[in-house]
Design a protein around this ligand. Structure first.
Ligand SMILES: [Zn+2]
Length: 259
């Protein structure tokens, strides 16, 4: 039996770029089809019914037709435009940071409904509280987890000894926490304070809303931010551009031009 020529999906737009005279090439992450690239024919024309529906960080229901090289978007219905988030510079930059990570970790023809839900839930939290840093830490930690890169927090990844509440070491590339006795040759070891280990375990056990009630700052906040973003970048194989811009925003010295 021939495969169906059209299909419907729920997705969130990650990015787009102009294609030809009036088309858009859209990258989205869908709930059940993984990452999808598709063309919005004529979507840049002001008369197009797709106009405004394919903006990055918009949750949509789409109808698509299988094309020869790329699928074609025939209909789009907005589920959530995250309009409040997009009005806030910090909010939209954090949203772009999530989109870059999902673009990097998501794969075509590889559904990951947990990652899709994680992104939607985190965007909602950031929209309500753009300054919340815990939402990003929760996202980074669970992005690794739902991608099968579960950072181990309870046993040494080398000798499997249970880790007592104490300062240990963390390695992005060998899968998590190590006791002080183990130093695998290729591990990029970094110190892990007891307080940071406790917050990581809380992120592991908590729901997003519960984790975001925790307020941390100063040294501990910087340690977790550095540890998780380094781990994400290691697996992604590159630095995440929006993360640099977020740093500028935190330091209140945004560069004059972005993108
Ligand atoms: Zn060990």
């Amino acid at each position: 039996m021939a495969p169906p020529k059209t299909y419907r999906c729920e997705g969130i737009i990650l990015s787009y770029k102009p294609l030809g005279e009036a088309d858009l090439l859209v990258t989205m992450f869908t709930r059940y089809q993984g990452k999808v690239h598709a063309v919005g024919k004529g979507a840049r024309r002001s008369t197009s019914k797709l106009m405004g529906h394919l903006e990055p960080l918009t949750a949509v229901n789409l109808s698509l037709a299988h094309g020869r090289s790329m699928d074609i978007i025939s209909q789009a219905e907005v589920i959530n435009s995250f309009s409040t988030l997009k009005e806030d510079l910090t909010g939209i930059t954090k949203g772009q940071y999530l989109a870059e990570m999902v673009d990097g970790f998501g794969a075509e023809s590889s559904p990951n409904p947990s990652l899709f839900q994680l992104m939607v839930d985190t965007l909602r939290v950031i929209e309500a509280a753009p300054e919340s840093e815990m939402a990003l830490r929760y996202f980074e930690y669970h992005l690794l987890q739902v991608s099968g890169l579960m950072p181990e927090l309870y046993h040494c990844v080398e000798c499997r000894e249970e880790l007592e509440p104490d300062a240990h070491r963390f390695s992005p590339n060998v899968g998590g926490t190590l006791c002080l006795a183990c130093s695998p040759e290729d591990a990029h070891l970094r110190p892990l304070s007891l307080r940071a280990l406790k917050v990581l375990r809380l992120l592991d056990r908590s729901q997003l809303a519960e984790a975001c009630k925790l307020s941390i700052n100063g040294t501990l906040s910087n340690e977790l931010k550095s540890l998780l973003s380094t781990t994400v970048s290691y697996w992604l194989g590159k630095e995440i551009r929006s993360n640099s811009f977020l740093e500028h925003l935190r330091n209140e010295t945004p560069p004059e031009v972005y993108i």
